[in-house]
Design a protein around this ligand. Structure first.
Ligand code: PGA
Length: 255
């Protein structure tokens, strides 16, 4: 399976950043032999920058992703963006259920499931984010929480459609905090998610689902995390805002 390296810019960036970042990334990639075979690389900028990023990436094996989506395909929902609109712009993946949206926008498991199905229907790969808070981990409830998040997102999805889904385990206490899960903690949860998927879908689909880790991934810790057998990539926030550090993480994913 390819290692995924996904940059989540969150609400950062500008047109001038896009103008600098994309050529620097593409230049850097020309020096990395065979990366297209080994990695799936995606940049998820804020909505207004999707089109300019996609345009600059035309003809390159770097995809553009979105950070969120509305569950319906059209309608009177001021300010929202539908999955077919994203598909039209060339978006190939969409983050769904990020913990910041669960927290600040009070997104429920049910809504996240609806978004996930809308994304799949539009032919876009959802990157389903799951992960426990610090208090949930301290209470020993991390598996229970992650199981609920994964299972409710899966509900109503054909096993064959789930073959298109990627899952990102992002412990909330590790996001933007500089506090990364230890490789053991990350790998243990990834194994658990893999077991869940195999038991509830099919061993075939469960073992083929890319499982990404996210939460303070940096050039310094990427190699250790990405070397683990059940970690198939990284969802990178802060360290994806500089082309140099994003490239460095990408290089670690190839080793
Ligand atoms: P971080 O964010 O790398 O800045 O911790 C990761 C994420 O929220 O996807």
């Amino acid at each position: 399976m390819k290692n995924w390296v996904v940059g989540n810019w969150k609400m950062h960036g500008s047109l001038s950043m896009v103008t600098r970042f994309i050529p620097t990334l593409l230049d850097g990639l020309t020096e990395v032999r065979g990366w297209e075979q080994a990695a799936r690389v995606l940049i998820c900028p804020p909505f207004p920058y999707i089109a300019p990023v996609a345009q600059k990436l035309t003809g390159y094996a770097v995809g553009v992703g979105a950070q969120d989506v509305h569950p319906l395909h059209q309608g009177a929902f001021t300010g929202e963006v539908a999955a077919p609109m994203l598909a039209e712009l060339g978006v190939s993946a969409c983050i769904v259920g990020h913990s910041e949206r669960r927290r600040y926008n009070r997104e429920s498991d049910a809504l996240i499931g609806d978004k996930l199905r809308a994304v799949v229907t539009a032919g876009i790969t959802p990157i389903l984010c799951v992960g426990e808070t610090l208090s949930q981990r301290e209470a020993g409830r991390e598996r229970q929480v992650v199981k609920r998040q994964v299972m409710s997102a899966l509900k109503g999805l054909e096993p064959a459609a789930f073959a298109k889904v990627a899952v990102a385990y992002e412990p909330v206490w590790a996001i933007g905090t500089g506090r990364t899960a230890t490789p053991e903690q990350a790998n243990e949860m990834h194994q658990y998610i893999r077991t869940l998927l195999c038991a509830n879908l099919s061993p075939e689909h469960g073992s083929a689902t890319p499982l990404l880790y996210g939460g303070s991934v940096t050039p310094d810790n990427a190699a250790r995390l990405l070397a683990l057998p059940d970690i198939n990539g990284a969802l990178v926030g802060g360290a994806s805002l500089k082309a140099e550090s994003f490239l460095s993480i990408l290089k670690h994913s190839l080793n």
